[in-house]
Design a protein around this ligand. Sequence first.
Ligand code: C2E
Ligand code: MG
Ligand code: MG
Ligand code: MG
Length: 288
Amino acid sequence: QAKAAGRNQVFVYNETLSRAREEELELLSGLRDGLRYGQIIPFYQPRVSAEDGSIIGMEALARWKHPKLGMVPPSTFIPLAEKAGLINQIGTIVLEQAVEQREQWMRNGIDLTISVNLSLRQLCETGFSDVVEACLNRHSCPPERLELELTETLFSESDPLVQENLNRIRALGVRIAIDDFGTGYSNIARLNELAVDCIKIDRSLVSQLPKNEEMVRLVISMCKLMQVTIVAEGIENETVAEWARSHGVQELQGYLYGAPLPAACAEKLARNSNLQFSKIDVDNNRFV
Ligand code: C2E
Ligand code: MG
Ligand code: MG
Ligand code: MG
């Protein structure tokens, strides 16, 4: 009897595994369709000046507008896309749409810096810097109005192609930011060598303020030595915002100033920072 139960358990386990695999394959084929039918779109989250709270930029954050599942978050499809070799395609789509949107906003009288997240794989691609340059040209984007965000995984990367792409992108005048700073294992020497323009302190550090202020002070001192722009991510309340402001953080980002929003909402917010769009119903694209 015990043997039968054991066998049964093994059976259940396999069943679960294959179902997970099946679901992943289904999601993947959906993602391929999604790419084909333009379902990958960026949302935009404001980045504000610590000095006066004005919106100085927008970060493009990928969303998958799935016909049945609704708005699929990047935590679901970005890792899948990385695994399946689709991340470069997604990255290019987001870059193109974001830079085009910036141009549209510019025409509407709003001059913003646009930030786009990169996967390391994009930097491993020959000619990626040409893709960036062509995109800037197509949309008359001044290079300093584009910032590319990279995570610390970059530090362990020794691929010469990565360095070459980075050098070329920097030579164009595009800004480079280190995203999620404080979550990985930073190689300070490498960070200095990369000559980044901006460091974004990760939400996991920011959200614990002021409890962990000693550590964040240290990060800020290091950023000041390196003369990079300091951004705090994940600001959700005024207490944390005030701490950041009074300790030399230059730019703030988080739900307190706005969640990632559809382009039209982001534009309204940029026109009128007093609007509260953080509780927007993003699935239905409703303005709240
Ligand atoms: P990220 O670049 O660090 O983006 C910040 C994430 O934190 C976003 O999640 C944003 O919605 C969330 N966030 C912002 N402010 C707050 C806050 O005050 N509180 C809380 N709890 N969360 C906040 P999202 O949009 O789900 O994106 C997750 C990650 O997916 C991004 O982290 C980025 O690493 C990645 N990602 C998004 N779009 C792209 C893309 O186009 N390409 C690549 N390679 N990665 C992307
Ligand atoms: Mg980012
Ligand atoms: Mg981040
Ligand atoms: Mg983060």
